[in-house]
Design a protein around this ligand. Structure first.
Ligand code: SIN
Length: 201
């Protein structure tokens, strides 16, 4: 099940035409920056944790076989590392469409690596959205990810691209790594069929 948040997001914030806005990305927005930005800087936000608790019916899964992607859940004292992008307001047309499966824009203060801060907008899929799946064991999350593929590609690539991007930032997230581990030992992981035949020896 899904609910398109595009229209709701367009009503949430008013920007001056010449505004510059920091966007904080913690999931695919770290490793897939398919939008125009002025600059980007590693950053973090406090009191939120990244979790593979959001269903993906439109990018890494389908309505019949949703994948799992990350959202943020409140977690007092936690630090979530990611990437901040300085953008102009018109970029939200693209971002609102991309994040339409349950994500709403929220304001959150971020901290850059040098300790300075800024206000930012972050897309969060809260637990009351129709595509929210909620907690499950690492093994069950890995199993669901292993079997899911959607218009943006394999769900397992979202997971490994996120882990790789965090590693490149010099960060690790125990939740993400636990699911990478569970997936690598998942014995029944469905394999996406390939039409390629083995090369003759
Ligand atoms: C984000 O990356 O900040 C939002 C979640 C996603 O698109 O994966």
């Amino acid at each position: 099940m899904s609910f398109d948040t595009t229209a709701a997001n367009q009503q949430r914030h008013r920007f001056d035409a010449d505004a510059r806005v920091w966007l904080f990305g913690y999931g695919s927005l770290i490793f897939k920056a398919d939008f125009v930005y002025i600059s980007r800087r590693p950053a973090s936000i406090r009191d939120w944790s990244r979790r593979f608790w959001q269903g993906s019916h439109d990018h890494r899964g389908t309505p019949d076989a949703p994948g799992r992607v990350v959202t943020l859940v409140p977690d007092p004292g936690a630090i979530c590392h990611g990437m901040a992008y300085l953008i102009t307001p018109e970029v939200f047309d693209h971002l609102d469409h991309r994040e339409k499966n349950g994500y709403l824009r929220f304001m959150a203060p971020l901290t850059f690596e040098d300790g300075s801060g800024a206000s930012s907008l972050v897309y969060i899929a809260t637990k009351d959205n129709a595509a929210f799946l909620g907690p499950a064991s690492d093994e069950d999350i890995a199993r669901q990810i292993a079997g899911a593929v959607g218009p943006s590609g394999r769900n397992r690539d979202y997971l490994t691209d996120l882990a790789t991007a965090l590693h490149a930032l010099g960060k690790s997230d125990p939740h993400v790594l636990a699911i990478v581990d569970a997936l690598s030992t998942e014995p029944l992981a469905p394999i996406v069929p390939s039409s390629r035949k083995p090369e003759p020896p």
